[in-house]
Design a protein around this ligand. Sequence first.
Ligand code: HEM
Length: 407
Amino acid sequence: MTTLATATLDPTDITSPAFRADPFPTFKRWRDERPVVPVKTMVGRAWLLTRYDDVEQGLKDERLVKNKANTATPDKPHRGAPLPGFVKAIQTNLLDTDAPDHTRLRSLIHQAFLPRLMAQMQTRVHELAHQLIDKAEQKGEMDLVRDFAVEIPLVVICDMLGVPEKDRDKFHHWSKTMTNIGKPIEAIMAMPSMYSMVGYLRKLFRHYRENPGDNLATMLVKAESENSSLSEDELVGMAGILLSAGHETTSGLIANGTLALLNNPDQLERLKTEPALMKSAVEELVRFAPPVLIATPRYAREDYEVSGTKISRGDSVFAMIGSANHDERKFEQADQLILDRASNKHVGFGQGIHYCVGAPLARLEASTSFQVLFERLPNLRLAVKPEELRWTAGLVPRGLQAMPIKF
Ligand code: HEM
């Protein structure tokens, strides 16, 4: 049995753009030869779970917690570094908390994303997609990432929260710096963005406390004042996670998904001629071209064993979503894009209590985007050679830096 202290670290840099361009052969090697891989990451040394069963179980496992302080025992207290107030506020969010705080925060927000409410947003997303394509046609060129895939989720989440149009670009900049973090230096470089975003959100909430509107920010400040169910930091943490988690991820699905369809012209042709395929196509694109490659870190609350490897209390563990979704032990022809794949139990939106709260919105945005994009631009193709495409660095989301297209 191996422990992290004695394990030989794998040298792969899982945050590098080169690895993220095509991580799937490495994932396969790991699944076959060493399914629980020790690597060095920005949270220190960590274990990577690579097989579907281990990932699915790991995402649900109560022995793995999200808040490292919850790994403490009376004889081994947790000694976290002192954090400035704005970092603490941003970290007071769903993805960094465990029950019971997580349960309380989640119950406040989940009704904002009910499929019934999402369906009402269909028209807005549809109009927005058409406007973006009108603009691209006038310019005669388009970077699918910047001019389309990023814009749709950015506008939608800013509108939902009540962020005015003039401030949207700031949010894009802040959330981009805060989500594409793979190295400690990048975490330090993200501090000014974090600081500005927290200051902005505090002002936004102050504004809606005095001038209530029909938006999520108003709903959250009401929850704060009516039943004291949210602290000021929790308000900020909630808005911060919705803005960042709801934005880089969906843009990744739209751009990675379009690229996957261009690389599989037979499947793209089927989608154009059989629109009823869209629902299963979106699920297959989340599986095949995962916009979230790696789940956020978890920490072992006790010693336990996974696939013959001993994980010790306090160790960091990453569930490799992109590897699980290509595991041939779970999916037939796992490396093929099959838009009408039957029984597609992918883990692209996570699993367990942290399952993506925004999944209904992401599905709506992606299906509407693909529908409008291929209807309006039937001759859409890459304007650069595939090998010229560059992927972003980072740990969690997987996306393209740019995707110039011709149409
Ligand atoms: C294609 C787009 C998306 C993908 C692939 C995705 C994926 C994920 C995954 C894998 C998790 C779990 C992470 C973990 O357990 O470590 C997650 C959680 C979360 N997602 Fe998404 N997401 C997407 C879009 C969205 C959108 C549009 C929103 C909101 C506007 C959103 C908000 C959240 C939040 C708040 C959580 C934390 C939930 C919790 O801890 O209870 N996501 N997402």
